[in-house]
Design a protein around this ligand. Structure first.
Ligand SMILES: [Zn+2]
Length: 677
């Protein structure tokens, strides 16, 4: 079953006909058909056309475009256009603009720069969405509604402050409860009236650019995190308003927004969305596991579901500091890489390259020459042919993962709004550090939450899981009790979601499960390191470590490794504890890759977790499956042609041949169906 109203893989991109004369539209349609484009996203930036001045909407131009697309059997993803507001509107309602953390109110110019709590903004987007949905309610080839566009900023205006206080009143019920939960007696900061609470900005509690490092810290991290959480809720509210307005006229409309994993809690933002979309822009030379991790994150949003790629660049990403052209085969490899991990679309930004503006040199399906007899043109046509052939093959198939890694948006704030002993921490990079080896082994991984259902997994990793609520800690304990292996690290299980430390020895909620407590944590500078001396029955030797060093007291846990240097030489740093029918492993310092790989390999071997396919380094294998079919995706990330032995017969889905080995060109890929499954 498709996640949109189109029974296939969406292929196309953002289209901005409002930038072009109508004779160009006809050329564009011909090129779209040549490329086998089956969907375009309209109206991301065209509010000023639909409503050039205050008053009624004018859909004349949009109607014309939609008729042209419909006559040519091209589907439409209808954007609501609410991220790019017309100048007349912003000038009439200046409070509609966001106020930044320095106290400066934005002025018309950029996009996605509105205040999500402005009553004027909320009224206008509701009106716009209702008008759009009413006008296009009978337009059957609108297969998806695209709410707003890539969120960017937070607002700190008086409007948001007022709404924030209302939200806090509902959440806490009384000031007394808030003061208690926020521990406002620290620095004598207790609130005696709701009006005293303000958004956290430089003027009140944020210390800017600590010691010239470029790092901001908050005097009151709890409040900063709470406000960021509220901002995500505010944007969620905008999504809900848009969705409700569309559903008023189209009850079965499917809605999405395109995520980029910026400074928001995306679990909050994902709630009203039927489908989550991601905009993928991997840089040239970026290791493949980074993009794969983003796709696994996106599949993990709103539960483990297929997702959409709403934007990628068919060539350069012009906003990069240095933007190389995509190498031959690279565009298809990126598109199929996302498809392998659950995507059901390959949409580009954009279809025709703009003549001017910020993205005039950003890659596009139709570049400034308007020609298709180009390297890129041939690749886009071949990619379109591939999607046409694949039809609805992968829709609703699953990734067979027995390993999961916990990633939590609140933890990201807890780690990166630092009040800890190590300031330069990047949460997603830390989680990636533990994901990388699994990816390199072609082991499928789901990215989940601490309160997810772990019953399908043998191993769950929780790196740097700083914030944990009691129910989440219990969920993980139950997983271990029932026979699972849980692997966690330094800076985990320390605080609740309001950033209050759990008392009684770190990590208080897991001391019994881990069989240890941590007395102190040393912070090492980048140039410093310590040594892990491994003494497990299955691994001995010395390895480098650094970053953070927990000084552990084992109380029941088996010590696998101890420090080899400094005054805490001999103190445990890596432990394993049997708990119920399972095991809880604690890695109390950041181990060098070689040691981490050995640890992960040992625990995967113990659970018989095997690669989807054993391949040479640099060849990635991914599997999607449904009830009766298994599909193996292979990608060559090396600089040489690679031949991969399959060990059994597969059908090459795109070439229609049965094979036992496959030759992958540089930047090549293959999609294989397992025979006799
Ligand atoms: Zn605001």
């Amino acid at each position: 079953m498709s996640i949109t109203k189109f029974d296939g893989i969406l292929y196309g991109g953002d289209y901005c006909p409002e930038q072009w004369d109508e004779h160009i539209w006809l050329e564009d349609i011909q090129i779209m058909k040549y490329y086998n484009v089956n969907a375009v996203t309209l109206n991301v930036h065209s509010w000023c056309i639909l409503q050039p001045k205050e008053g009624p909407y004018d859909f004349t131009k949009m109607d014309k475009m939609i008729k042209l697309l419909t006559d040519n059997q091209i589907n439409i993803i209808m954007a609501t256009g609410t991220a790019a507001l017309p100048n007349w509107l912003l000038n009439k309602y200046p409070d509609m603009m966001a106020e930044d953390i320095t106290g400066v109110r934005h002025k018309p110019g950029k996009r996605v720069n509105y205040c999500p709590n402005s009553p004027d903004y909320l009224r206008e987007i509701k009106n716009m969405c209702e008008a759009l949905a009413d006008h296009y309610k009978a337009q059957e080839n609108i297969v998806l509604w695209h709410l707003n566009n890539e969120l960017e900023i937070n607002c700190y205006c008086t409007n948001c402050a007022g709404k924030y206080r209302e939200w806090l009143k509902t959440k806490y019920g009384s000031l007394k409860a808030l003061n208690q939960k926020w521990n406002t007696m620290f620095w004598g900061h207790q609130y005696s009236a709701w009006e005293e609470i303000n958004p956290p900005v430089y003027a009140n509690m944020i210390y800017r650019n600590l010691d010239g490092t470029g790092i901001d810290i908050s005097g009151f991290p709890t409040e900063t995190i709470e406000y960021l959480r509220y901002m995500s809720i505010s944007y969620r509210n905008c999504f809900e308003i848009e969705k409700e307005a569309i559903r008023k006229y189209i009850p079965d409309a499917v809605v999405t927004n395109n995520f980029q994993y910026r400074n928001f809690n995306y679990d909050i933002l994902a709630k009203p969305l039927d489908v989550v979309s991601f905009d993928t822009y991997p840089s040239n030379g970026e290791p493949a596991y980074k993009a794969a991790f983003n796709y696994d994150i996106t599949r993990g949003m709103n539960g483990l579901k297929p997702f959409l790629i709403m934007e990628m660049s068919p060539n350069q990403a012009s906003w990069e500091k240095c933007a190389p052209i995509k190498r031959p085969g690279q565009v298809a490899q990126i598109a199929m890489g996302a498809l392998a991990r659950g995507a059901e679309s390959a949409m580009f930004f954009q279809i025709r390259r703009s003549r001017s503006g910020f993205e005039k040199f950003h890659g596009a399906m139709i570049d400034h020459s308007g020609r298709t007899d180009t390297r890129l043109g041939r690749e886009l046509m071949e990619l379109g042919n591939a999607f046409k052939k694949l039809k609805n093959t992968f829709l609703d198939s699953k990734i067979p993962a027995r390993t999961a890694i916990i990633m939590d948006w609140d933890c990201r704030w807890g780690v990166e709004i630092p009040s800890s002993v190590q300031k330069n921490m990047h949460y997603l990079e830390e989680v990636l550090y533990y994901y990388e080896w699994l990816h390199a082994q072609n082991i499928m991984v789901d990215v989940v939450r601490a309160d997810s259902d772990f019953s399908g997994y043998d191993i769950v990793l929780g790196p740097m899981l700083y914030m944990i609520e009691e129910n989440e800690a219990d969920n993980i304990k139950a997983f271990v009790e029932n026979g699972g292996t849980f692997i966690t690290t330094y800076y985990s299980g320390l605080a609740d979601k309001e950033d209050n430390i759990w008392l009684g020895g770190y990590p208080a909620l897991w001391k019994d499960m881990l069989g240890l407590w941590i007395e102190e944590t040393d912070a090492l500078k980048v140039e410093q390191s310590n040594i892990v001396q491994m003494s497990a029955s299955w691994l001995t030797g010395d390895y480098q470590c650094g970053f953070l060093c927990d000084l552990i007291w084992a109380e029941g846990a088996k010590v696998l490794g101890t420090y080899g240097d400094d005054f805490y030489q001999g103190i445990p740093c890596i432990t394993e504890n049997e708990y119920g029918a399972g095991k809880a492993v604690y890695i109390g310092t950041k181990p060098e890759k070689k040691l981490l790989n050995e640890l992960l390999k040992h625990y995967c071997d113990e659970k018989n977790i095997e690669p989807i396919l054993s391949t040479q380094a640099g060849v990635e294998a991914v599997m999607r499956m449904n009830d009766d079919k298994r599909y193996l995706f292979l990608f060559n990330h090396n600089i040489n042609v690679e031949t991969v032995a399959l060990g059994e017969q597969y059908k090459d889905v795109l070439q229609d041949v049965v094979i036992e080995k496959v030759e992958l060109p540089v930047m090549g890929y293959a999609i294989l169906e397992k025979m006799n499954f």
